[in-house]
Design a protein around this ligand. Sequence first.
Ligand code: SF4
Ligand code: SF4
Length: 77
Amino acid sequence: MYPIINKDYCKGCNLCVEVCPKRVFEKGMEITHRGYYAAVVKYKEQCTNFKIPNGGKPLCEICWLTCPEHAIEFKED
Ligand code: SF4
Ligand code: SF4
């Protein structure tokens, strides 16, 4: 599994960019329909949970726990 960012909720605070120990996120360059520069998932394969199937127990949830807007979810290809 890896994180995705729901642009309907993201306010571009970039806390996820700061806290992720694997540098999965980057600051966004495109403005959303709500007027924020939403962060982007740049290197999903670097996420600690990348090899864990969706529904499994994640090894890391720092971004999910940190995001004040609940904009981060985990999904699987
Ligand atoms: S922490 Fe949440 S609201 Fe802030 S930039 Fe990341 S996804 Fe967006
Ligand atoms: S779960 Fe951990 S390693 Fe994966 S993107 Fe979030 S903070 Fe980074």
